[in-house]
Design a protein around this ligand. Structure first.
Ligand code: TYD
Length: 136
């Protein structure tokens, strides 16, 4: 799976409260090595303006809503996440930015790699050059 896409997760609706879950190599196309979450985002802030050379992600809005903008160096697509029973698969090699966070929103991110600062591309021009040269 190389294209970004929204993936529906199982949802058990129940009068006691709903339940969803996610399994590696089943609902997401990678082994989960790490999970982190983004919370208490002040109004108007954006996060994650960068690309990864190797890391793949699956992003879920556990609470509230936010936008994920994906950019392959030519086109930008905006995905709005606002339900906890689906998420966005983000392949490696895309510039991604998260913004428009609602109050009290909670973004859960499942990652295919452990944290590695060297996996980040933080400069947009460098990203475009690597894309142009087919290096990512
Ligand atoms: P970063 O991914 O750079 O967030 P953003 O692109 O939104 O600024 O993460 C911010 C800081 O958190 C960075 O200094 C490194 C640290 N960090 C970890 O130590 N482990 C992790 O898994 C993540 C995602 C970040």
């Amino acid at each position: 799976m190389k294209e970004p896409q929204l993936i529906n997760l199982p949802k058990f609706t129940d009068p006691r409260g709903n339940l969803s879950f996610v399994e590696q190599l089943n609902h997401v196309p990678f082994e989960i090595k790490r999970t982190y979450w983004i919370y208490d985002v002040p109004g108007g802030e954006s996060r994650g303006g960068h690309a990864y050379k190797e890391n793949q992600e699956f992003i879920v809005a556990l609470s509230g809503s936010f936008d994920v903008v994906l950019d392959d160096g030519r086109d930008k697509i905006t995905f709005t996440l606002n339900r906890s029973y689906y998420g966005l698969y983000v392949p490696k090699g895309l510039w991604r930015e998260m913004g428009n966070f609602s109050t009290n929103s909670l973004a859960l991110v499942l990652s295919s790699t452990e944290y590695d600062a060297n996996d980040y591309i933080r400069n947009y021009d460098e990203f475009l050059n690597l894309k142009k040269d087919g290096k990512i």
